[in-house]
Each structure stands twice: as structure tokens, then as C-alpha cells.
Design a protein around this ligand. Sequence first.
Ligand SMILES: *Cc1c(COP(=O)(O)O)cnc(C)c1O
Length: 472
Amino acid sequence: MEPTEFRRHGHAVVDWIADYLEAPEKWPVLPDVRPGDLRNALPASPPLSGESMDVVLADFRKLIVPATTHWNHPAFMAYFANSSTGEGVLGEALTAALNVNAMLWRTGPAATELELLTLDWFRQMLGLPDSFFGVIGDTASSNTLYALAAARELHPELGIREHGMSGRPDLPRLVVYCSEEAHSSVDKAVMTLGIGLSGLRKIPTDEKLRMDANALAVAIEKDRKAGSIPLAVVATVGTTGTTSIDPVREIADLCKHEKLWLHVDASYGGTAAILPEMRYVLDGCDGAHSLVVNPHKWLFTPMDCSVLYTSRPDLLKRAFQHVADYLVVIEGADVVNLMDYGIALGRRFRALKLWFVIRGFGVEGLRSLIREHIRIAKALAKWIDDDPTLERMSDVNFSTVLFRHRPPKMREDELDLHNESILQKLNGARKVYLSHTRVRGRYALRIAIGNIHTTEDDVRVALDLVREAAKA
Ligand SMILES: *Cc1c(COP(=O)(O)O)cnc(C)c1O
């Protein structure tokens, strides 16, 4: 592309983004499309010769945007809401422009050092120990997989790095523990690592849906007696369904005593710890071997940006370092080559957007946004509690509220279907996007507040829409 042409289209794109981020509610939060609609609207084969960017950008506006679910929309309250920001977009654009591949320090000195520095800032914001070393990955799912791969290196005598796990009658079963409420990425990690789903113990939870540490101790003991090797525990700070918080300190003490790796999944909830008054949510995490938290979830940083901290970078490196001849460098052992800490050789310059966000907002700016989301969630909980036809289904630990509509005299199984149909009606109308979960088997509606555009009014409207859908 000619520089003059790039300038012209670049300005148009920046204008489009500015308009979009100013008022994402101009588009419905959920698009009016069915599977296959976009595919069918586009040519099945690529153009043989280059097309004008005017035409391509016109198609972006005409076809792509209307077929998009708008995560930036203030009424996006499904799953864990997230948001893009000017700061994040500028960082992302410059990442694409520099296009460095930070596999080695040499191939990306700025990318490598800014990643380490920015994650050290973020570590301080979260109140984690200065022994924690952080790297950025694509998702929490990958990072949890890496943490559990590192956990295997707590047992070098097993020789898994060299000999693998298959075809080895000498290798006892390895066992990983998490609660019944843990994220499915733990299941995927054990599937991938050769531990297998039958090597994963789902520990029961207490009345607040927190892992029962006594039941964990019993399970570890039982596995040892059976000749298995308890390997790691995954504790969750802010479970995906109900945002419950496992008793990390108790679990950490147990892991220390039993010599198990402790991985903490704080993908969503960890961000709350940037508030001094919420720092308790990471209580005990100083005793973890690793912890994952996603700035792409609740820290206004565009997808993808997931942070893995570990107090054992030596073991993470032992799990993944494998230097091909062409990657041997002259800088010596002191320099960090980020390719050594995960499966990816090529690494994007992801730190730039996070650094832009932290500098652009400042720690206090970020705190006031998170604080406001938590305040709105508490207000929502009160509206629900004050309405006799609504029932709250769990504590508000962060910025997510679970509830259901409960007409008098309706049976439990009918309540499930009733609330399921409320959600279908609601999302079908495309004015607000909510998701659901199950709390002890019961169907619950879920409002997650995490979008930078979402105000108290948006949440009030969402609740009114739930009431209307319930009446209909
Ligand atoms: C969202 C979430 C994940 C998965 O995050 P990805 O980055 O999408 O892989 C894992 N654990 C918890 C607790 C989550 O909330």
C-alpha cells in the first residue's frame, strides 16, 4: 500500500474506531444473523487481483460489523463482559506495525523488556510477591496448561520431559485437583498433558461453592494410598459460573505440606485485587507456584492478553526450553528469551497495549472503574433482593450477579424451564445480552458487569427487561 493511500485509509479507520468506541450502542448487542449468513454474503473464492481498500472497508461496514456480537456494547453482560479502549487499540495498532517476533531477547529487546517490566508493574498493582515472574500468553486456558506442565517438573525423577508418559508401566498415575466449580480449561489441560480426565479430581464445595479443603486433604491421602502421585491443585479466585473464591491460604498450606504445585486461576477475579479494599481476594496467593489473570477480561485491554505469574520460572523453563541450533544466542544465560516459557516460539508484542492501558488510565483510573463496577453489582443485588418475584442465587463477590425469576408456587423443575425461556426471549430481542449458569443444578440468570461503557442505568434497564420477559 502506498504511504499516501495508507494515510488516507488509516485516517478513515481511526475515525471509524473513534465513532464506534464513542457509541457502540449504535449497533444491537447481538446481531440479527443466522449461522452461514455472513459466509453466504461473501465470495467463496479469493480475488485474483487486488481490490481497492475503499471497497474492502465498505464491506467491513456493510457486512462484517452487522454480523458482529458487540462485546463493547454497554448492554453486553453475558459471560465476563470486557471492553476495548482507545489506549488498547493504539497499542495494538503499533504492535501490528512493528510486527516484532519476540522469541529471543535479540529479536525483540523492547518487547521482551517491556513485557517483564509491565508485568512487574501489574504484579505490584495486585500486591503479589516480588519473587513472581510474569509472562504474557494468549489465554488463561493456555497459561493453565503451561502451569500444569511446569508442575510435572517438580518431579524430575519421573523423567517426563525425556521419556513422556505413554508406554511406561513404571509411571504411577499423576493426579490434579480442582473444585467442582473450576473452569473447563483445567479439564482440557489434563486431557492435553497425558494426565487424562480420570487423573482429575473434582473436589466438592461448601455452601458458598468454595473448594472444601478437608475433602481435598482426604482425596490426596486416598490417592497416595492407591500409589498415585498427587501433582497439583488448581484453586480458583472468582469461578466462572458463580464467582466463588476458594480458600487459597488453607489450600496453599496443604500444598506446601504435601509438596504439590498450587496454580491459582484468577482469570477474572484477580483484577479486583488492584483495589486496596479488595486485595483480600488474593489472600494466600503468595504461597502459589503460579497464578493466571486476564487483562483482556476486566482490565480494558483488547483480546488477547493473559498473564501467567510463577514463583518457579526455573521449572516453567525446564518444561519448555528446547533450543534448536539456529536459535542459539550469544547473550548468555542472564538474558530472558521468552520462547523458553511456553509452547509458542513466535510471540506477539502483547505488552505494548497493556503498558498503554496502565499508563493511559493510571492505577487510580483503573481502580475507580473496577470500584464502580462492583458498586453497580451491589446495587443490582439490592434491587433483586427487594423484589419478591426475584431470587438471588449467590453472593456478589465481584461484579457478577446470579438470580432467577420466581413466581409464587412454581416448582423447582418448572423454575428452570421458566428462567431458560426468559433468557431466550431476552436475548432474542437483542437489547441486552445475558448468559446463564447452574447453581447446584438450578438454572440461574447471570449479569456480569465489566464493560467500560456499562452504567448503573444500563443495568437497571437490563433488569427491567428481565421482568418484562418474565411477565410475557
Ligand atoms: C474466562 C476464564 C477462563 C478462560 O479464559 P481464556 O483466557 O478465555 O482461556 C479460565 N478460568 C476462569 C475462572 C475464567 O473466568
